[in-house]
Design a protein around this ligand. Structure first.
Ligand code: ADP
Length: 385
């Protein structure tokens, strides 16, 4: 990774993957003095339109990754569908990955994440990791639960794919059998959720942490439908979240954005999962916070100091646009006054995240109404939360 060919002294950041997160990194890059090269699987990928350079290849291909490493100073990620073995090899060759492969393991491998958090004394759902439905510990574990468990593939799932909610113990054993053919399975208690919240913590190269405010995320069919700032937590639970986020960030120790999702339950907060990249629960920061999560991520991974994360309004609402059977109208969405409409430039497909709409305000109702009005006009399939 030489430092030659750096126009205007910009840091050169390579992004593995070219989805909407890389697209929004590309939009933020020039303001923070960064040039982005994406490793895309196709010229049609969302981030091709906003990046400075494009390399075609798979995220798991060592040859493509080595080529990317030659072109940039540091490599970061748009998603976690990576091969940790390949990434460790690259690090051994001197390639700078931010976050590191060791930190990424928390996002790639749910079994590792749950076990490491439990060992560290962090609150997590009761769980058991098995590699087959015949595991002898399974019967006793299922007997302990009040209801059928949630069954999760340890690796490879996102946006609710790789997560099953069986209705009965028999269905659970069937799901475990199916999923375990592809790798270890996390079997966990099905929680009665009061809600879900998330917090983004950004870690600079020198270990400095910057905390975005806690937000509420509203899920529909295993996907995030709406994000609200501020969260609906009381003061004591907010402090609990802040304390947990700091412990998780110190433990994971990744450079860049760490998104921590929490389950809110009657027995307090439990850590659901972490992502080491800009996250859907932080899209509102593009307009809602002085330094967006995309700018902050690029600042962190390129070795800069972190920016100011003061919110710019008292309330913010972001609604995802998830493709319905028929496309809606981007123009109609843009006509809704007081909204910021983001289109990811993707082909319309039912069930696909195609964009998002954000609205800000000084009271809670207006932003909620406007963001949903925009998302409905755009054609989201999700019903209002
Ligand atoms: P993904 O990695 O696909 O985002 P998650 O593990 O976050 O999967 O699960 C997706 C959603 O499913 C969560 O946001 C939550 O709404 C629900 N869910 C997951 N695990 C549980 C659980 N143990 N109890 C109740 N609901 C759950």
């Amino acid at each position: 990774m030489s430092n030659e060919h750096q126009p205007n002294g910009s840091a050169r950041v390579g992004v593995v993957g070219a989805g909407q997160l890389a697209r929004m990194m590309g939009e933020a890059a020039h303001d923070v003095g960064v040039r982005v090269t994406v490793l895309a699987t196709s010229r049609e990928d969302s981030a091709v339109a906003t990046s400075d350079a494009v390399l075609l290849g798979e995220a798991t291909d060592p040859v493509a990754l080595r080529q990317l490493a030659k072109d940039v100073d540091v490599i970061t990620f748009d998603h976690e569908l990576v091969d940790l073995g390949v990434l460790e090899q690259l690090e051994a060759e001197g390639v700078v990955l931010r976050p590191s492969s060791a930190a990424l393991r928390f996002a790639v491998d749910k079994a590792y994440q749950r076990a490491t958090f439990l060992d560290a004394g962090l609150p997590v759902p009761r769980f058991l990791v098995v590699s087959s439905s015949a595991d002898e510990r399974l019967r006793a574990f299922l007997d302990e639960l009040d209801a059928a468990p949630v069954v999760k593939a340890s690796r490879g799932g996102y946006d609710g794919r790789g997560v099953a909610f069986p209705a009965t113990r028999e269905e659970a054993l069937f799901d475990i059998g199916q999923m375990s053919a592809r790798g270890p399975v996390v079997v966990e208690e099905r929680l009665d959720l009061v809600g879900e919240v998330a917090q983004l913590v950004v870690r600079a190269v020198d270990g400095t942490l910057s905390f975005y405010p806690v937000v509420t995320s509203v899920q529909r069919a295993g996907m995030c439908a709406e994000v609200r700032f501020p969260s609906d937590l009381d003061e004591a639970t907010l402090r609990e979240a802040q304390g947990l986020s700091e412990r998780v960030a110190e433990l994971v120790a990744g450079v860049g954005v760490l998104a921590i999702e929490y389950f809110v339950t009657e027995r307090g907060l439990l850590v659901n999962e972490v992502a080491l990249r800009p996250h859907n629960t932080g899209h509102w920061t593009i307009e809602g916070v002085r330094t967006s999560q995309f700018a902050q991520h690029l600042r962190a991974v390129s070795g800069q100091s972190l920016g100011d994360v003061t919110p710019l309004s008292s309330y913010a609402v972001m609604v995802n646009v998830v493709g319905a059977d028929e496309p809606g109208s981007l123009d109609a969405a843009k006509d809704v006054a007081g909204t910021f409409v983001h289109d990811y430039g993707k082909a319309w497909r039912p069930g696909r995240k195609l964009g998002h709409v954000t609205a800000l305000g000084e009271e809670p109702t207006g932003p909620h109404v406007r963001a949903w009005e925009g998302a409905r006009a755009y054609g989201t399939v999700t019903r209002e939360a």
